[in-house]
Ligand binder design. Sequence first.
Ligand code: WTA
Length: 705
Amino acid sequence: MARATSRADALGESSRLSEAEIAVHWREEELYAPPAEFVAQANLTDPQVMERFSLAHFPECFREFGELLSWDRKWTTTFDSSRAPFYRWFVGGKLNACYNCLDRNLEQYRNKAALVFVGEPEEEPPVSITYQELFVRVNELAALLRDEVGLQAGDRVTVHLPMVPELPITMLACARLGVVHSVVFGGFSGESAGRRAADSGSRVLVSMDGYYRNGKFLDHRPAADLAVATAKSEGQTIDTVLLWQRHPGKYLSSAKLVEGRDRLVNDLLKKYRGRRVDPVSLPAEAPLFIMYTSGTTGRPKGCQHAVGGYLAYVTATAKWIQDIHPTDVYWCTADIGWITGHSYIVYGPLALAATSVLYEGVPTYPDAGRLWRIAERLGVNIFHTAPTAIRQLRRLGPDEPKKYDLRFKTMTTVGEPIEPEAWLWFYHTVGKGRAVVTDTWWQTETGGVLCSTKPGIDRMKPGSTGPPLPGIFPAIMDENGREVPAGSNRAGNLVIRNPWPGLMSTIWGDAERYKSTYFSKYNKRPNSKDWRDWPYFAGDGAMQAADGYYRVLGRVDDVINVAGHRLGTKEIESACLTVPEVAEAAVVPIADELKGRVPELYVTLRPGVTVSAEIERKVVHAVETEIGKIARPKAVHFVADMPKTRSGKIMRRVLAAISNTMEVGDVTTLANPDVVEAIRVQVQGKGKVATQAAPEDIAKFGERD
Ligand code: WTA
């Protein structure tokens, strides 16, 4: 691949940057045009769209999003900022999210698959659930929740389930009643679920006996006991635990049912066979769900999303960015327990009458070809995944996709910046050069995508998320609230200058924290009701190139400050990945008397490659040439595996703790807690090393991972 030559070492330039900015050393990448075949069928090809959604047309431009939904009563005011920065969208309108995802699709698509469930055991055939069947099951469950459990609109329910159809069924049944669901990622511990249940004030927990993960049947039921006990210790009583069964009719947990508290959903449902429940008509600003941000330390923040604005926003963006048509077979490999799954497995795709695929297991079980076999068998034509999965699949089976008849028209990545090397593999080997790639930047708080190329219009640039979506107006600001000149390739804090319908309404139970975390930083007039005074602080570092494309550098709290030079973690890691033998890289700061902080590297290699001084030299050389001598790592640790969250993000926080001989903290929520001790021994030696007190920036490093 022809790529622009490495830019000159930018050190001289970076020394002029303010503290707030991050020295940027990326090189420009070649652009890729969307294939004509894709453009011919794309939902969004109108070049006028940016003009239609220009600032002059804000906020009324978003009527177009609202109009994608079916309303019981049309809204009277598109946007209300009288309580800025607590905004309301589509005020006066009434609707129901479940109705929009199910009822309204029945007439045309009754017999079409809404969900296709693929269990992890490969001998289990995929299960298709039609719109009719999903409608029936959701109605029966809604009747049960209302009449058996006594839930009503506004109540909160904590849902701690794996990736099985019962999860979206539970969410939609709640949505039908106006009950606020708070889904906690199934891989999180019972304690995490319990803390979130306490925060949201849930008296009902929905769980399951067990599920398949990595070739094993995991007993999930003990987590429910822990959740109830933890909630109790925080003053919240959970009086009902509703238990689904992975194999209906069989209860496969070793834990006994607790009399009076635990109810087997499949038994109870018999009583509700054939029952229908009218969807509860809700004001647009009523809460649809709470989603806790994925922070592993600190009190979790419950992002509260509104029925009308959220659903309009995810429906419009799923249509324009994932390019979903009702005829598509769409597969997002995220877990529904994260915002990506809420927005782009459940609500967006179903509101568009798509067929949405759900996979229970890990991407590499039993081997690196599993995802490609599923895609081939189901005829998936839209594929949505994360850079971490891409890197892992490239590492384990770089040529594997070539063995399968993959026909993706579009592919999406989300969750972290993607290194150009990984992007190019995804584009050429998985997409076979025929699929559009959209790199979508957004957050739990933002509800849906904020930056991405428009797949039928814009050219793609590896490693860059692209321009903002229509109606979204970002800026890069320095620490003092001055805007960095647009298109100047200079880094700073990414902010969004205007509100949009997908923005969360508030933090559940903590409005002050909502304001202070996201809006206080750049607000100069605290009493202002004008949205222009309340830029949204995203907490990410980014830069904008001359062509208007944004490149996200990672969380601002992940920056490594070497002798006053703020280095983005992602670009150092990207430099490592230019060495062909390297599969994954993670960089952490370690305290240094002279320079304040210096980077230390953790690297995994591709299978079959053995560690050598030669590879180490290559890695150090790559960092020095791509970024500069300033970023030269103090050490390179070749590890067998990286500590990862269950969503696949590398836990830099844990690596930083090991490098700095600090306590690693709670690692029980990791996908692979065992690797932590192995890495600690490798880095610190066998004996237990006395732990140091943590300097604040290092203690907080990677907190959001
Ligand atoms: C990061 C996931 C670069 C970013 C939807 C953000 C990204 C955090 C991208 C939110 C991307 C997400 N490029 N970075 N395309 N997408 N991020 O709340 O740091 O789980 O702030 O939402 O992930 O993570 P969250």
